[in-house]
Structure formats: C-alpha cells, structure tokens
Ligand binder design. Structure first.
Ligand code: ATP
Ligand code: MG
Length: 137
C-alpha cells in the first residue's frame, strides 16, 4: 500500500491545529502508520529540504522548520501521496482553494502549516529520513 510523509510544521503545532489536520486525513479514510513530535535540528531541516538549497528562502525555511515541535507522520492508503497534496492545497495559501488545509487555515507561504511528500521517490526518502523502520506499523 502507498505511503506518504506528512508533517505539521511548527506554526501548525503552535496554533493548535494537530487534531484538525489529523481528522481530515482520518475522515478521508487514510491510516496513520507512524507519528512522533520532534524538534528537528537545522542540519536535519536542511537535509529534509535539500532539493530547495540555493533558493533565496532556503535558509529562513530551515530556520523555521527547526524552530519548534513538528508532528511527523506517515499516512497510508490508495493514492495517498497525490490526494494528500490535494487535501493540503497549493504551496502559497493565497492560491490554495477553500476546503483545503492551507486554503482554510493559512495565509502566508512561509507559514503554511503542513508538509506533504511530492511524489513516490520523495515519499520513500522522507519516510526513511524521519523514521526508523521499526517505528512504522
Ligand atoms: P512542502 O514541501 O512544505 O510540502 P510544497 O511542496 O507545497 O511545500 P515546496 O516548493 O516544496 O512547496 O517548498 C517548500 C516550502 O518552502 C513551502 O511549503 C513554503 O513554506 C516554502 N516556500 C516555497 N516557496 C516560497 C517562497 N517563494 N517564499 C517563501 N517560502 C517559500
Ligand atoms: Mg515540497
């Protein structure tokens, strides 16, 4: 079964949006197979966003991801990688549709509350970066 890596970023945790976000994935029918609350180091954040190094916002983005608790999760289910991105909405909240997580709950691209893997290869890589195999049910 397909799996994806989803993380509630420090702004989402701090704003008390954990249960709201988890319930959207649960009610759709996906299964939570791993979860933990972690404060990533900046180095770890840089690894996570490695494909964005060189972008002007990279440093600030990595500072932000490592600024507080992140709820790291793995969700499982048919089509969860692509549909999970659909639940999340467009990167910039001004472009994300109402009904999506970012559309309903965020206004700033630098504080867009949630991350989701963007494809099958990144899902595998991100799950391996954030979780040990024995942490996955
Ligand atoms: P994520 O990887 O966090 O799920 P995404 O896949 O929708 O988001 P990416 O292009 O991978 O978008 O960018 C990663 C993150 O970098 C975005 O979620 C956003 O917080 C930040 N970001 C992207 N573009 C910008 C920008 N132009 N200015 C500031 N921050 C940005
Ligand atoms: Mg991305």
């Amino acid at each position: 079964l397909e799996r994806t890596f989803i993380a509630i970023k420090p702004d989402g945790v701090q704003r008390g949006l954990i249960s709201e976000i988890i319930s959207r994935f649960e009610r759709k029918g996906y299964k939570l197979v791993a979860v933990k609350l972690v404060v990533p180091t900046k180095e770890f954040a840089m690894q996570h966003y490695d494909d964005l190094k060189g972008r002007p916002f990279f440093n600030g983005l990595c500072d932000f991801l490592s600024s507080g608790p992140v709820l790291a999760m793995v969700w499982e289910g048919q089509g969860v990688i692509k549909y999970g991105r659909k639940l999340i909405g467009a990167t910039a909240p001004q472009n994300s549709e109402p009904g999506t997580i970012r559309g309903d709950l965020a206004i700033s691209v630098g504080r867009n509350i949630i991350h989701g893997s963007d494809g099958p290869e990144t899902a595998v890589a991100e799950i391996a970066l954030w979780f040990k195999p024995e942490e996955l049910l």
